[in-house]
Ligand binder design. Structure first.
Ligand SMILES: Nc1ncnc2c1ncn2[C@@H]1O[C@H](COP(=O)(O)OP(=O)(O)OP(=O)(O)O)[C@@H](O)[C@H]1O
Length: 265
């Protein structure tokens, strides 16, 4: 298995403060990682490095075999190989474009301009991804009129459009109601268990959002890695308590996870 992402002693320093602090982490082909950590821990900063939009201050980062900032690495060639679905991307997309156009423009590396001359093959692909995410009845809806859950599903379909080798999901279930979350977890679970799906990294705050099929977890607190490895061994009450800074109990129920704090006495 080759490395999809390899960080060695990576730090990101801003205003004299390490937002990410000497992180060493590797993601192998086919693995599905969850990044867990409290607000401000550095999760999005890590994801921004993985998407090649942020360069480390110190240390080395290889993405899909290419060294970030290395001689001969062209980030513009690298970026189409990485799918990114997150709030930052949603804000860049025109609200007046339809759902189908929003997904289709990804194939051409654009966030905006809509030309009428898209390849029918691409259109079919866009429709197939939207169908897989349960969005086939929304093809002509304006992106700006979608609910939070519909928008999240559209963004995942969009991220799949370039046939990425690495899929990055930044809090895909944030803001969804219980039904919306469960629907998304089911769809992500199907994707995670698909052997042809790309390697995946998902940022989340909640263990309930970990879909079956996710294989590894990285826990981060104040920019430092607390635990990294297979979900079965690393997602423990001890690690989660250290990560979030209070006593927590994590339980596995069938193929899902749940966590709660201990009562105050
Ligand atoms: N450009 C910047 N300059 C200075 N500080 C920054 C910058 N970008 C992020 N930070 C800080 O770095 C820390 C980590 O931010 P990051 O967004 O990676 O955290 P996070 O784990 O994704 O948090 P959340 O769960 O709240 O989204 C935060 O304290 C944030 O305020």
């Amino acid at each position: 298995m080759s490395d999809v992402l390899e960080l060695v002693d990576v730090s990101v320093v801003r205003d004299g403060r390490a937002l990410v602090d000497e992180v060493s982490w590797s993601v192998k082909e086919g693995e599905r990682w969850v990044i867990l950590g409290p607000n401000g821990a550095g999760k999005t900063t890590l994801l921004n490095i993985a998407s090649s939009y942020l360069f480390p201050t110190n240390g080395t980062a290889h993405i899909l075999g290419e060294r970030l900032g290395g001689v001969g690495t062209d980030v513009f060639e690298l970026r189409p190989r990485i799918g990114m679905a997150g709030i930052a991307m949603a804000e860049k997309l025109p609200k007046r474009q339809t759902v189908l156009q929003t997904v289709l423009t990804a194939a051409y590396g654009m966030t905006a301009t809509w030309h009428e001359d898209y390849d029918p093959v691409d259109e079919e692909r866009a429709k197939a991804f939207l169908d897989r995410l349960g969005m086939n009845e929304y093809l002509d809806r304006k992106f700006g009129t979608l609910s939070e859950g519909e928008r999240k599903r559209t963004l995942i379909a969009r991220a799949m459009m370039t046939d990425p080798e690495l899929l990055l999901l930044d809090e895909p279930a944030a803001g969804l109601d219980l039904g919306g979350r469960e629907d998304l977890v089911r769809r992500l679970g199907r994707l995670a268990r698909d052997p042809y799906a790309p390697s995946m990294i998902m940022v989340t705050h909640h263990v309930e959002e970990i879909a079956p099929g996710f294989t590894h977890v990285l826990m981060i607190r104040q920019g430092k890695v607390l635990a990294a490895g297979p979900v079965e061994t690393e997602l423990t009450s001890r690690n989660l308590s250290l990560c979030f800074g209070l006593p927590l109990v994590v339980e596995r129920v069938a193929d899902r996870w749940t966590a709660h704090g201990l009562p105050l006495n």
